[in-house]
Ligand binder design. Structure first.
Ligand SMILES: NC(=O)c1ccc[n+]([C@@H]2O[C@H](COP(=O)([O-])OP(=O)(O)OC[C@H]3O[C@@H](n4cnc5c(N)ncnc54)[C@H](OP(=O)(O)O)[C@@H]3O)[C@@H](O)[C@H]2O)c1
Length: 398
């Protein structure tokens, strides 16, 4: 029996994860789940899965849910400690982290310190302090299994797949091809400055939460994934090749020193990597329709356009600088995406706002500690909001 915690149950990853768990049968049970604001959906999920513990972080959602729990379910107070409590429950065998942004950082660390296996979709903590996160995993005997489709594809293409020792496979890998659909604007003729939130939220291949959908449109998401896989699999930047692959059928590939390339292919459906992270190392039947290679017809590959999508360059530069720069990148991106969705800035101002804060960042030498990453996150948010209010980002030249 696998006792599972689902953090971010009401989100895109969370609802897919619950769908997978419901189909896997009685050996997989939801022990605890969390949401933020979506009380209506969360209540339905709670009554269906009847977990022992539920957390709605938003106080208004908590008030709505109070008194409506089924027998055997305890609604915990709306505070971060409830999420860290869930992540470290002694009887939990697997923690699925489907939280978005830095909100997932503390629950991830709590799960690591409790020596858990974590199915990780929430890539931002791996951007903020990924190398330190991996070091902590070794220290506490915790395991991270990637859920994001590209890191999962790389994980699945590793010859010596061993979630407890990613370094092992590294010597025989010559390159990793990190694929990207290119987002909705890969072939757009009109200026990107006129992009509206509605257009940016209309992703051609994947139906996802708002933040990652905007990050996919700016290609920041690919920059985040590049950082995530460098940290997760101890890959140097030279071994990571970003490839625009509009069909999204190859979810990434690994090239070995003898020239052989192993690629993972499937219909673009997150339930495959989510299920693999849940059942690993077993493979189980899934509801996703198999890929029809005859209908797929063509597979295209292009180099990314760094000039049109400066977020990619910003991400790689922040990772190369190390220290607190990736944490600052991640935090300012959250502020910039939110401001764009609220129509406070233009699509093309997103990288400018991020750059305006990175420019004012002074990192110390050496690997960032978890505390430094959290402090940098808080500092960068404040700075980004100030630069937004003062319109400082307008002067940033990329
Ligand atoms: N969606 C995908 O296909 C996909 C693929 C690869 C990786 N990822 C990564 O997976 C993560 C989740 O993405 P998503 O698309 O599932 O996001 P999403 O649809 O926006 O869902 C986010 C979840 O987190 C909850 N949440 C939001 N803010 C919170 C906060 N401050 N504190 C606690 N809980 C909070 C939300 O609750 P409410 O809805 O109740 O407010 C929701 O359950 C992201 O890091 C993303 O980059 C997603």
């Amino acid at each position: 029996m696998k006792n599972i915690i689902v953090l971010g149950a009401t989100g895109s990853i969370g609802t897919s994860a619950l769908d997978v768990i419901a189909r896997l049968g009685p050996d997989y049970r939801v022990l605890g789940m969390s949401a933020n604001r979506n009380a209506e959906l969360f209540l339905k999920q709670i009554h269906f899965f009847k977990p022992r513990f539920a957390v709605a972080l938003d106080p208004a959602a908590y008030e709505t849910l109070k008194g409506q729990m089924p027998q055997g379910t305890r609604l915990l107070p709306p505070e971060m400690e409830s999420l860290t409590f869930l992540s470290s429950l002694p009887s939990a065998n697997l923690v699925i982290n489907g939280l978005v942004g830095a909100a997932g950082f503390q629950p991830l660390i709590a799960a690591i310190k409790a020596g858990k296996t974590i199915a990780l979709a929430n890539k931002e903590p791996m951007v903020m302090a990924g190398q330190t996160v991996m070091q902590e995993c070794k220290r506490w005997n915790a395991t991270i299994i990637p859920v994001d489709s590209e890191p999962s594809a790389i994980f699945q293409c590793m010859e010596e797949t061993d979630a407890n020792n990613y370094d092992k496979a590294n010597d025989s890998i010559s390159r990793v091809f990190l694929t990207a659909s290119g987002g909705p604007f890969a072939r757009r003729k009109q200026a990107l400055s006129t992009v509206t939130p509605e257009e940016a939220l209309n992703h051609p291949r994947w139906k996802m939460g708002k933040k990652i959908t905007i990050d996919s449109a700016t290609l920041m998401n690919k920059g985040f994934e590049a950082i995530e896989i460098m940290n997760l699999f101890s890959l140097p930047e030279e071994k990571v090749q970003i490839v625009i692959h509009p069909q999204s059928l190859i979810h990434s590939a690994v090239e070995y020193v003898d020239g052989a390339i192993l690629a993972e292919m499937s219909e673009p459906d997150m339930r495959i990597p989510i299920q693999y992270a849940i059942t690993y190392p077993k493979r189980m039947p899934s509801p996703v329709k198999p890929l029809n290679l005859f209908q797929a017809q063509k597979l295209e590959f292009f180099e990314p356009d760094f000039d049109r999508f400066p977020c990619l360059e910003l991400a790689l530069a922040a990772q190369a600088k190390g220290s607190i720069f990736p944490a600052v990148l991640s935090a300012t991106d959250e502020v910039a995406v939110d401001a764009f969705l609220k129509r406070q800035i233009k699509f093309t101002d997103i990288p400018k706002l991020i750059y305006s804060v990175l420019k004012e960042t002074y990192g110390r030498a050496g690997r960032v500690t978890l505390n430094q990453a959290a402090e940098a996150d808080a500092w960068a948010r404040e700075k980004a909001l100030a630069n937004l209010a003062e319109k400082k980002y307008k002067k940033a030249v990329l």
